[in-house]
Structure formats: structure tokens, C-alpha cells
Ligand binder design. Structure first.
Ligand SMILES: NC(=O)C1=CN([C@@H]2O[C@H](COP(=O)(O)OP(=O)(O)OC[C@H]3O[C@@H](n4cnc5c(N)ncnc54)[C@H](O)[C@@H]3O)[C@@H](O)[C@H]2O)C=CC1
Ligand SMILES: O=C(O)[C@@H]1CCC=N1
Length: 273
């Protein structure tokens, strides 16, 4: 892999750029970035990360192994129409990060036979801790899939799934960091309410999250069993968990994931031909 090009210079592009540079997968100038209108944003990315920025599509796409479409779904059509007339080589892989958008829709704008891969990472790519799922389009071969898996594997972990699972993945790990931050917000507020200093509360909470995630990863026990091990009869945890049960928090979490998956599907349907 010698050159990758990002179309769209937003939050997700920045997270992946940071991670790829941190992982030393390829030198920063070999990472090319363009966007629609915000020149200041492009110049900032160049200044901060040393990536090459351009508004010239020919220059952007020339000899690029991987083209990453990182615009919002509403901007997909315009970006794809422009890619569709760009005389791409058949070895150039078009990777889409867009939630909901199917490979069939992407392929419908591109010449027949163009390899397309749908990817759902998350913002933890910034610190090489992304959870990414990858689904192949119609014309992608194993080698191309491996190349993209390697790219996203450098910024975290990457798994292959069938495209029919991408809405579920988007709802779990694409949006997932936001659920965790939401929970953290609530816990931070709660920690102040019970009298902890903000910094101390935050430090304790972050380590508690990290420790719990590492325990789940390293232990043979399930999350339910690990929880049971903390919950002494008549103790503090039991008192806290009883409130979560009374308030149906599990049902709310399940409804949250369902709503995100439904939304991903709706977005796919809104952008289909
Ligand atoms: N933010 C997140 O946590 C995640 C986002 N995604 C997906 O990544 C994509 C990008 O999301 P964000 O970075 O959050 O959006 P963003 O709004 O921060 O960035 C989008 C960028 O696309 C540019 N753009 C719009 N139309 C363009 C065009 N025709 N040509 C070139 N550039 C154009 C905008 O100028 C902007 O720089 C979305 O489709 C989203 O579904 C996927 C996983 C996680
Ligand atoms: O909210 C969104 O649509 C994007 C996709 C996954 C995370 N953020």
C-alpha cells in the first residue's frame, strides 16, 4: 500500500489519519485528503498531520490503492457521481465508511467491476483502538479484502462480516462509543452528586471502565458472571443494580441498539436506486 486517499475531511477521516500515522503504516505525505469546501480544515489537517491535501480529483486519485469515501450519506451521491466519471483503474478499491449505504448503491455509480468495500469503524481509530467490521461488495477479491483489513487492523481490530450484518454492526460498534460516553456522562454527574471531586471521580471511573473491559477480554467468565461476582447479597452493588432493574435500563439499552440498527437500514433504503 503506497497511497490512500480520503474524500471528506471530517471527524472520521481525522480519527483514521491519526491512527494510520501513529501506526506508521505509511508516511503522512502518502495519505491524501480532500473535502468539499472547507479549505481551512484541509490546511489544518496538512499542518497538524503532514498529510497531502488537494482539491484536484485527478491528482487525488492518481495511483491511489485505496479511496476512502468518508462523507455523510446525504453527500454520497455527489461524491459518487464525481468518482463515477474519474476513470478509476480496476485495482483501485473504493472503501465506504458511510452508515447504511449499501455496496449495491455504491456500485451503481461506478463502472462495472470496480471493487467496493463497506467498512464500519469507530472514532477510537484515533488511539489505535477501533472496532471495525468489513463487508465485501460484488467485485472484490480476497486480496483486496485483506488489504483493507490490514489497513483497519492497524488502527484497532478488524473483522469480516456479511453485508446483511452491517446495520447491526453500525448500531453496536459504529455508534457504540457514544453509548459508553453517555453512560460516562451519567456516572460523572453521579460521582459529583455523591460528593467526589470532579478529577478524582473521572480518574476512578476511567480506570473502572478500562479494568472492566480488560476483565471481560481476559477472563473466561461472561459479563453476567463477572457482575454476579461483585454483587454480594444485601450489599452496595445489589442496592444499585436493583434500581437499574426497576428502571428497565436493560430494555432501554436494547431499544437504543434496535433504533440505531433500524436507522441504519432506513438510511440504506433512502439511498438506494
Ligand atoms: N463519526 C463517527 O463516529 C463515524 C462515522 N462514520 C461514517 O463516516 C462518514 C463521515 O462521518 P464524519 O466524519 O463524522 O462526518 P463529518 O461531517 O465530520 O465530515 C464529512 C466531510 O465530508 C466533506 N464532504 C461533503 N461532501 C463532499 C464531497 N462531495 N466531496 C468531498 N468532501 C465532501 C465535508 O466537507 C466534511 O469534511 C459518515 O458517512 C458516517 O456515517 C462511520 C463510523 C463512525
Ligand atoms: O451516527 C452516525 O450516523 C455515524 C455512524 C456510526 C457512528 N456515527
Amino acid at each position: 500500500m503506497d497511497k490512500i486517499a480520503f474524500i471528506g475531511a471530517g471527524a472520521m477521516t481525522e480519527a483514521i489519519v491519526k491512527g494510520v500515522i501513529k501506526a506508521e503504516l505509511l508516511p503522512a505525505p502518502h495519505i491524501w485528503v480532500t473535502n468539499h469546501a472547507n479549505e481551512e480544515r484541509l490546511q489544518r489537517m496538512h499542518a497538524v498531520y503532514g498529510v497531502t491535501v488537494t482539491r484536484n480529483q485527478n491528482e487525488l486519485l492518481q495511483e491511489t490503492d485505496i479511496i476512502i469515501l468518508s462523507v455523510k450519506p446525504k453527500d454520497a451521491e455527489q461524491a459518487l457521481r464525481s468518482l463515477g466519471v474519474a476513470q478509476l483503474g480496476k485495482q483501485q478499491i473504493v472503501v465506504s465508511l458511510m452508515a447504511g449505504i449499501t455496496t449495491a448503491y455504491l456500485e451503481s455509480f461506478l463502472p462495472a467491476g470496480q471493487p467496493v468495500i463497506r467498512v464500519m469503524p469507530n472514532t477510537s481509530a484515533t488511539i489505535l483502538e477501533a472496532a471495525t467490521a468489513i463487508a465485501a461488495g460484488t467485485y472484490t477479491d480476497k486480496q483486496q479484502l485483506q488489504l483493507v483489513k490490514r489497513l483497519f487492523g492497524t488502527v484497532g481490530s478488524a473483522v469480516e462480516v456479511g453485508e446483511e450484518l452491517m446495520d447491526a454492526v453500525t448500531a453496536i460498534s459504529g455508534s457504540g462509543p457514544a453509548y459508553i460516553y453517555y453512560l460516562m456522562e451519567a456516572l460523572e454527574e453521579a460521582s459529583s452528586q455523591v460528593g467526589l471531586d470532579e478529577d478524582i471521580g473521572k480518574q476512578l471511573l476511567i480506570q473502572t471502565f478500562k479494568g472492566a473491559a480488560a476483565m471481560l477480554e481476559q477472563s473466561e467468565l461472561s459479563s453476567a458472571q463477572l457482575r454476579a461476582n461483585i454483587t454480594s447479597a444485601g450489599g452496595t452493588t445489589a442496592a444499585g443494580i436493583a434500581v437499574l432493574e426497576n428502571q428497565n435500563v436493560k430494555a432501554a439499552v436494547k431499544a437504543c441498539v434496535q433504533a440505531a440498527a433500524v436507522r441504519s437500514k432506513e438510511m440504506g433504503q433512502a439511498y438506494s436506486k
